[in-house]
Structure formats: structure tokens, C-alpha cells
Design a protein around this ligand. Structure first.
Ligand SMILES: *[C@@H]1O[C@H](CO)[C@@H](O)[C@H](O)[C@H]1NC(C)=O
Ligand SMILES: *[C@@H]1O[C@H](CO)[C@@H](O)[C@H](O)[C@H]1NC(C)=O
Length: 205
């Protein structure tokens, strides 16, 4: 009898039910389905942005950190307008003002990992880049999504509170035509390999 109860419970738990067994209700840790849902939620704000979606899936004190995005906003200029290391968006309203005015950009999730409250994903950007019709370099990046649990909406038990997102903005700037490489010849590539062996400080000097 006891066995059959456990068997029934585990059948329900693995089926397409949102019901969870009583001993599980206290758990606030992400599982794979929740992690995938959180990842797709964030993806939606980039490739199918609506304010309704953003309001539903982010906390109101949401912060987004991305030096890669700041580099794009600044067009590679050290003078700003945004400051590297500072939040790219420091509230939901800030994100909505910034992201809401961008075209949707498709991308594929290449990898997905998660722990109790954080989702990690690796992505590959659009080909062609919608901002450019010139020859394209593919863009790949990594996103870390920190979540908090919420009881506001049953469909959204995990809201995204902080985003850390970095990607190959050099390739993006190339695709935009902002960064125009010179000396893309075999001879200069040899020269570049010497550069690569120097420390970043020497390269910047
Ligand atoms: C982005 O996609 C959403 C959902 O399909 C759509 O409502 C919105 O108008 C699109 N935004 C732009 C700028 O095209
Ligand atoms: C390109 O390579 C040539 C020959 O090595 C060099 O004289 C020139 O300064 C290089 N240009 C840039 C922008 O690095």
C-alpha cells in the first residue's frame, strides 16, 4: 500500500501536472523546467520584446550589467555616454526605455546550466546581424540570470533580478561597421600573434 502511494505520487510529479508533492512545496530551488522557462523569458525580452513580458518576468529593482552592451552604446568611445562597470540598466523602467526602442534580435541558446537560484546560458547571435548588411562575424556570449522566488504570478515563480551578460562586442562592432580592422593579411596576422602574447596593459598603451 505504501509503495503504491509513492508510485502514484512520483507518476504525478513527473507528469504534466503543476501539482507538487507536499514535501516539495517548501523547496525554493530551480529545477530544469524552471531554469529553461527563466532562460526563455529572458530570450523573449530580446527576440520578441513587449513591455507586458518585461513587467511579468523581471523584479522592479532589476539590474542589468553588460560592459559589452555599454561598449556598443558608446560605439567604442571611452568618453561614454555609459560608464563601463556601471549597470547598463539600473531598473525595470530603465530597461524598458532602452530595450523597448530596439529591434528584436533573434538568437539561439547553445547551452543551459542552473543552480538553486541562478540560470547560466551560452548563446549564438543572429546571422545576418539585423543591424548590418555587410559581411558578418558571428556573435556569441554568456548570460547569468539571478532569480528570486515570487508568489505574485503562479506562472512566474522565479523572477529575474540581476542579469550579467557579456559577448563578443568586437564582432558586433565589426558587423555594424564601427570597428574596421586593418591589416587583415597573413603578414599582419603574424604581427597580431605577437600582440596577443603581450599583457592587455601593453596592448592598450
Ligand atoms: C518585437 O516582437 C514583439 C512580439 O512579437 C512585437 O510585439 C514587437 O512589436 C516587436 N518589436 C519591434 C521593434 O519590432
Ligand atoms: C599596417 O601594416 C603596415 C605594414 O606592417 C604598417 O606600416 C601600418 O602601420 C599598419 N597599419 C595599422 C593601422 O596598424
Amino acid at each position: 500500500m505504501r509503495f503504491s502511494v509513492i508510485a502514484t505520487v512520483s507518476t504525478l510529479a513527473t507528469g504534466a501536472f503543476s501539482w507538487s508533492p507536499p514535501w516539495y512545496r517548501g523547496s525554493t530551488c530551480l529545477d530544469y523546467d524552471h531554469a529553461q522557462h527563466v532562460a526563455n523569458n529572458f530570450k523573449g525580452t530580446i527576440d520578441a520584446y513587449t513591455t507586458t513580458l518585461a513587467n511579468k518576468i523581471f523584479t522592479s529593482d532589476f539590474h542589468d550589467y553588460s560592459d559589452s552592451v555599454i561598449e556598443l552604446i558608446n560605439g567604442g568611445c571611452p568618453s561614454g555616454p555609459k560608464t563601463l562597470g556601471q549597470p547598463t540598466f539600473s531598473s525595470l523602467a530603465d530597461f524598458e526605455a532602452g530595450q523597448g526602442s530596439q529591434p528584436n534580435i533573434t538568437f539561439n541558446i547553445l547551452n543551459l546550466w542552473y543552480n538553486c537560484d541562478t540560470v547560466f546560458m551560452r548563446w549564438e547571435g543572429p546571422q545576418p546581424n539585423p543591424y548590418s548588411t555587410a559581411a558578418q562575424e558571428p556573435v556569441r556570449g554568456i548570460i547569468v540570470l539571478e532569480t528570486v522566488t515570487s508568489k505574485k504570478l503562479k506562472s512566474e515563480p522565479y523572477l529575474i533580478k540581476t542579469v550579467y551578460s557579456e559577448f563578443n562586442s568586437g564582432a558586433w562592432l565589426y558587423d555594424l561597421g564601427v570597428f574596421v580592422p586593418t591589416n587583415c593579411t597573413a603578414a599582419s596576422r603574424k604581427r597580431d600573434s605577437k600582440l596577443a602574447r603581450r599583457t592587455p596593459v601593453e596592448i592598450n598603451a
